[in-house]
Ligand binder design. Structure first.
Ligand code: CTP
Length: 409
């Protein structure tokens, strides 16, 4: 089998307390030989089987053991350590560590790191056969596997075989070479899905603001661009909520769609989908709604047509962009303009406080059309004109640009 290439990949290895802990030494050697970097967290139990000194010597970094060790926390805090990694590997994963992770317990550095990480976790269980086959352990394994998105734990092993305790059966930790292979496979899979573990909320389509039970104010947005963006983000692994005004489009595969009509409903649905890492507000939200929606159908009257009083709708994009704990790391707005695209788009970007704005010239009817020509304006002052391309291609380019943004952060 081909050796995986782990160049520049960062692995956080948690070594639990089991006789198989000695195999962690060989695993570190293999990861480094494949080009990867390893930092080690050693549990109290693990330290009974393997010394911090040998782990430090092989990994080339000090080994972390305590949750509240002032000298260790100042070099790299435990939260930072959990985010530093591209992948967290637990080898050996004991019944105790698995139980803690499955139940959200955080009472030492290893279990806290497992809760705090925003990366995929790979576990290599190692325990006595009776323990491994115990329904409590199996229930914990099932629970961990079933968590959504990157929270879903992946497994390598255990193998069948004779155990240190003399019994025979499943429970022996997978060999370091097999764990290395699983690490390579997982990272390769994640690379094709660079937004795996990221949450996104996308708005699309028009809003419909009722006048009475049968009439309303709306606009000509088809929703195509927003639907294509939701689909492109999901294809890169993001967990996407698409908040959609009334459109004739089917929900893209792998996307959670929330249907709304009015701007107020759209705003509520967007905020309910937070926290998210990415917000793309592509809906054509009606700027105004009717003040005092009639409860019955407004009838023609001799006095002439009714006068509609309008009130301003909330600005959803500005609300999502506002500083606060739930502000997504990347907020993207759209600016559909019929004149002075650059000046208007830039003014909109700063007025609404978003990070990027996708500007497009709608003077020659983009609504419902397949093609789209856009310029991406960033908060840093860049302007990237993209070629005229289909809305699907614009969406793909935007999703790739988003993935690149998170990679280089
Ligand atoms: N937007 C929003 N909520 C609103 C109005 C607009 O979230 N009530 C978002 C749109 O989804 C889009 C961006 O703001 O991402 C710009 O929308 P646009 O209609 O071009 O801007 P307006 O705020 O209407 O500004 P103007 O009237 O100056 O064109």
């Amino acid at each position: 089998m081909a050796q995986p290439d782990l160049s520049a990949r960062k692995i956080l290895l948690i070594v639990g307390g089991g006789i198989a802990a000695y195999k962690a030494l060989e695993l570190i050697r293999l990861i480094r030989k494949a080009g990867g970097e390893v930092r080690v967290v050693l549990t109290t139990g693990g330290a009974e089987f393997v010394t911090p000194l040998s782990l430090a010597a092989l990994s080339g970094h000090p080994v972390r053991q305590a949750l509240f060790a002032p000298d260790e926390e100042t070099t790299m805090g435990h939260i930072e350590l959990s985010r530093w990694a591209d992948l967290v590997v637990v080898a050996p994963a004991t019944a105790g560590l698995i139980a803690k992770a499955a139940n959200g317990m955080a009472d030492d550095l290893a279990s806290t790191t497992l809760l705090a990480t925003d990366k995929r976790v790979l576990m290599a269980p190692a325990m006595n056969v009776r323990m491994w086959t115990h329904p409590a352990v199996q229930a914990n394994v099932e629970r961990l596997s079933g968590f959504e998105g990157f929270h879903g734990v992946r497994w390598v092993g255990p193998d069948d075989g004779e155990m240190a305790c003399g019994e025979y059966g499943p429970g022996r930790m997978a060999e370091p070479a097999a764990i290395l292979q699983a690490i390579g496979d997982l990272l390769a899979g994640e690379a094709a899905r660079p937004l795996a573990g990221r949450r996104a909320v996308v708005t699309a389509g028009p809003t419909f603001e009722p006048i009475d039970p049968v009439r309303g104010l709306t606009n000509r947005s088809s929703g195509k661009q927003g639907y294509a963006i939701a689909s492109a983000l999901a294809a890169l692994g993001a967990e996407v909520t698409l908040v959609s005004g009334p459109t004739a489009l089917p929900a893209p595969v792998g996307v959670t769609r929330v249907d709304v009509e009015t701007a107020a409903q759209m705003k509520a649905a967007v905020h309910a989908a937070l926290p998210a890492d990415i917000a793309v507000m592509s809906a054509a939200v009606a700027d105004w709604r009717v003040d005092g929606v009639a409860s019955g159908k407004i009838k023609k009257a001799p006095g002439g047509p009714p006068t509609l009083a309008l009130i301003e709708n909330p600005d959803i994009l500005a609300g999502v962009s506002a500083p606060g704990s739930h502000r997504p790391a990347l907020v993207i707005g759209f600016a559909a303009e019929t004149a002075d695209l650059e000046a208007n788009a830039r003014a909109k970007l700063s007025r609404k406080g978003c990070d990027w704005i996708v500007g497009n010239d709608v003077s020659d009817d983009v609504f419902g059309a397949e093609g789209n020509q856009v310029i991406l304006f960033t908060r840093e002052g860049q302007a990237e004109p993209w070629p005229r391309q289909s809305k699907t291609e614009v969406a793909r380019q935007l999703a790739d640009r988003v993935a690149r943004h998170f990679e280089t952060r």
